[in-house]
Write a protein that binds this ligand. Structure first.
Ligand SMILES: C[S@@+](CC[C@H](N)C(=O)[O-])C[C@H]1O[C@@H](n2cnc3c(N)ncnc32)[C@H](O)[C@@H]1O
Length: 126
């Protein structure tokens, strides 16, 4: 149950939930308030779920990259943010947080919300 709904969401219900996770919005607002994103920023999100945080973050005009190990979440996040992907401001890929496929020092900031409690060895992701 936890796997399908949170650790690696899949199925229709999870796709609907993470497209607009209303109960996560307070977190998103607090993070956005802290980051004060600008156009010059390049944001990394680890465990982007359905891409709702990315959608809000990209309103700043910044660029972003995101990773999630759930194929269903990558699909929803890509749909939700299709405009930014077309503008080449965003890339979303399937992958494991423990093995981030990015070079060091590429990003100006990084976010991961509601994810770390599902990762067995979080020290590998830091
Ligand atoms: C509870 S959801 C939170 C989604 C989103 N961050 C939000 O706040 O709405 C956890 C997300 O982290 C992803 N995730 C969990 N462990 C992961 C891992 N090891 N590598 C990549 N993604 C992971 C899941 O697939 C899921 O999309």
């Amino acid at each position: 149950m936890t796997d399908k709904r949170a650790r690696k969401p899949s199925g229709l219900e999870s796709r609907q939930t993470y497209r607009d996770p209303v109960y996560h919005r307070p977190n998103f607002l607090a993070i956005l308030d802290y980051l004060e994103l600008e156009r010059k920023d390049y944001l990394l999100e680890v465990g982007c779920g359905g891409g709702a945080f990315l959608f809000d973050a990209l309103e700043s005009g910044c660029r972003a990259a995101a990773i999630d190990h759930s194929p269903d979440m990558v699909k929803v996040a890509s749909e939700v943010n299709s405009g930014a992907i077309k503008e080449k401001r965003l890339g979303i890929q399937k992958g494991e947080a423990e093995f981030l496929p990015f070079l060091d020092n590429m990003f100006t900031c990084a976010v991961s919300t509601g994810v770390f409690s599902f990762i067995e060895r979080p020290e590998l992701v830091m």
